[in-house]
Write a protein that binds this ligand. Structure first.
Ligand SMILES: *Cc1c(COP(=O)(O)O)cnc(C)c1O
Length: 379
């Protein structure tokens, strides 16, 4: 994942996978002033900048409580803990996602139960989740993959019938809407990552947990800060998962621009969809809700060849993710039969992420389109 934005200045003909410097140029003047203030006020850890960001982002996400933390991985850990899920409990998790989706479940001592994904969208397949239920199933983690909400009607209905806690991993989908409402607060707890390459990225590591439940909010705030309700009084085993003031200052400046940045991502995706539609290529399936295009992932049996062809033309691509969770060496104890995830395997072997980032120029995307066409439909 690091190579996502290392050394990614756009120069000459090279088309990078991402170019975060374009975002920085837009906010630099304002952000520098705020960062100066963070230093002047020594608001390094938690403090007024984190609180200001929490208010702004809660407003943006239309949820009651937003708790800033130090990464998306920490957010997912706290979500599982705050839902009181632990040893002996099972949590349904899609096999096709970034592995951090399930770390929190494992850290909390619970057992992830991998499920297959929907062939069209790559998000959790509820019919398959149903087959993997047991008396110990306590929660389901829905991942809003690539920027598109999982089918929340199906997830919420299933969870209601089975009395499961719903946790959303919205790391890739800040601002994406389901039924015109931003993802994150549909379930009990929602998690976000502000890893620099995400649609809203910090200047380092950061994350967020959101909820509408005041008791869960209290528990999250305590857990991220050593389990203390008041200073030096520790109710339970806690963690140091606080957010940095500098990150909050940068995030707040970027959040103000996020709607415009997301609109450009949608334009770029639209351009890919229109101009690649004639090719022998599976384009992303978009349901009638909303998609914020963290990634633009196409599918083809000739994935590896296409990737090499693009690399030869100096166009960088990505794989998200080439090894599904049921094939990860560290998770082999979870599933006895790795053949039962056909769609997760399909996405892993055929998916290719084309460059799509805020600041990408029309000429750049058109060249990607031309080079893809040159490989799949040579004149
Ligand atoms: C990025 C990401 C995470 C982890 O977030 P970090 O901030 O890198 O810890 C978790 N889940 C998904 C789906 C992600 O894309």
């Amino acid at each position: 994942m690091l190579e996502m934005f290392e050394n990614h200045r756009t120069d000459g003909e090279r088309i990078p996978f991402n170019d975060l410097a374009i975002q920085w140029e837009e906010i630099a003047e304002d952000a520098r002033r705020d960062i100066d203030q963070v230093f002047a006020r020594s608001a390094f850890s938690s403090g007024p900048y984190v609180e200001a960001f929490e208010r702004e982002v809660a407003d943006y996400l239309q949820c009651r409580h937003a708790v800033g933390v130090n990464s998306g991985t920490s957010a997912l850990h706290l979500a599982v803990l705050a839902a009181s899920i632990g040893a002996g409990d099972e949590v349904l998790v899609p096999s096709h996602t970034f592995i951090a989706t399930l770390w929190g479940t494992i850290y909390a001592g619970a057992t992830p139960v991998l499920t297959d994904v929907d062939e069209a969208t790559g998000t959790i397949d509820i019919a398959d989740a149903q087959r993997r239920l047991s008396a110990r199933t306590k929660a389901i983690i829905a991942v809003h993959l690539y920027g598109q909400p999982a089918n929340m009607d199906a997830v919420l209905d299933f969870a209601r019938r089975r009395n499961l806690v719903v946790i959303e991993d919205a790391s890739q989908a800040i601002g994406a809407c389901w039924n015109r409402k931003p993802v994150g607060a549909f379930g009990l707890i929602g998690c976000f990552s502000f890893y620099p390459g995400k649609n809203l990225g910090a200047a380092g590591e950061a994350g967020l947990v959101v909820t509408n439940d005041p008791l869960i909010d209290k528990r999250l705030r305590s857990l991220r800060n050593h389990g203390q309700r008041e200073r030096y009084l520790h109710d339970e085993v806690g963690f140091n998962y606080r957010m940095d003031g500098v990150q909050a200052a940068v995030l707040n400046r970027k959040l103000a621009r996020l709607p415009a940045w997301t609109a450009r991502r949608k334009q770029l995706a639209q351009r890919y969809r229109a101009k690649l539609s004639e090719l022998p290529l599976v384009l992303p399936t978009v349901h009638h809700h909303d998609h914020v295009w963290h990634l633009f992932v196409v599918r083809t049996l000739r994935r590896d060849g296409l990737r090499k062809h693009l690399a030869r033309a100096d166009i960088e691509t990505g794989l998200h993710y080439p090894v599904p969770l049921h094939r990860q060496p560290c998770l082999q104890h979870l599933n006895s039969d790795s053949r039962s995830f056909p769609c997760a395997d399909l996405w892993a072997s055929e998916g290719l992420s084309l460059p799509l980032f805020y600041g990408m120029k029309d000429e750049q995307i058109d060249r990607v389109i031309e080079v893809v066409r040159g490989f799949l439909a040579p004149a």
